[in-house]
Design a protein around this ligand. Structure first.
Ligand code: IPE
Ligand code: IPE
Ligand code: MG
Length: 254
């Protein structure tokens, strides 16, 4: 099937509203080509650019969350961390115009305060600049960790109770969610992780309770829109039960 026909068929099915991505394998891709790791990150950022463009033009996905830098990634060599921070700055300097053109709204989850000033500055400016765009919402998880987010929410709730703004008896899933980085964003429908690793690595722990997981051996710098279509096709064939039973089996207890 040609690519246009495939896109058309996918559009007729249920397209996930929120796709979360762990773009892994930049280092291994570079190594396999005899390059430095940094070259893998550079190529990986270009792949992300192309995918964002593809999604905003072709699919009705409303939210795409990229695991861009984890709370654990600070323990990589200083040179690699600085390279990633500079790359992110350059990526946004270049892309902010494209985001306006494609109506993309940039959002961030994670703690920006630990990022170098020049990087957090451009992140904040791009978030502000694109705030009124109502197309694809591109969510970057930056200095993000699922455990950090849960602890932060817990702390905020305890402070609220101490200050008398809320009571512990009001604590519910909804109230807890309201203290997350981006409470208005629905939980991911689909998680894609590249590079053959089949783990969550501290990403969106609270939000992924019922997310469909899809893993591929493809390394991130080799990931193409076609691979995203593979993931969505498989997603469309899955049945999400949320702990319940299939509709047609509902009235036939054995
Ligand atoms: C993912 O690629 C990018 C980031 C974590 C920023 P890696 O750098 O983890 O690549 P591998 O896993 O070493 O191949
Ligand atoms: C997850 O990849 C984080 C990002 C892609 C930003 P890692 O490469 O850091 O994860 P592990 O160490 O393989 O679990
Ligand atoms: Mg990795």
């Amino acid at each position: 099937m040609g690519s246009r026909a495939r896109i058309k068929r996918i559009r007729q099915g249920k397209v996930p509203e929120h796709v979360a991505i762990i773009p892994d394998g930049n280092g291994r891709w570079a190594k396999s080509h005899g390059y430095e790791r940094s070259r893998g990150h550079k190529r990986g950022s270009e792949v992300a650019e192309d995918l964002i463009e593809f999604v905003s033009n072709e699919l009705s996905i409303k939210f795409m969350t990229f695991y861009t830098f984890s709370t654990e990634n600070w323990s990589r060599p200083g040179r690699e961390v600085s390279f990633l921070m500079t790359l992110l700055k350059e990526f946004l300097q270049k892309k902010q115009f494209k985001f306006m053109e494609n109506n993309v709204k940039l959002r961030v989850i994670g703690d920006l305060s630990k990022l170098p000033k020049k990087t957090s500055g451009i992140v904040q400016r791009t978030v502000n600049k694109t705030t009124k765009n109502d197309g694809l919402q591109l969510v970057m998880a930056l200095n993000y960790g699922g455990r950090q987010e849960i602890l932060r929410a817990t702390r905020k709730i305890i402070e609220g109770v101490k200050e008398g703004k809320t009571r512990l008896s009001n604590l519910s899933e909804e109230m807890f969610r309201s203290q997350m980085f981006a409470p208005d964003i629905p939980d991911p429908d689909l998680l894609i992780r590249t590079s053959g690793e089949e783990r969550i690595s501290n990403f969106l722990l609270w939000q992924m309770a019922y997310t469909e997981l899809w893993f591929t051996d493809t390394l991130w710098p080799a990931f193409a829109p076609e691979n995203l279509l593979d993931a969505i096709s498989e997603y469309q064939s899955r049945e999400r039960r949320y702990g319940q039973v299939k509709d047609k089996e509902r009235n036939t207890p054995k």
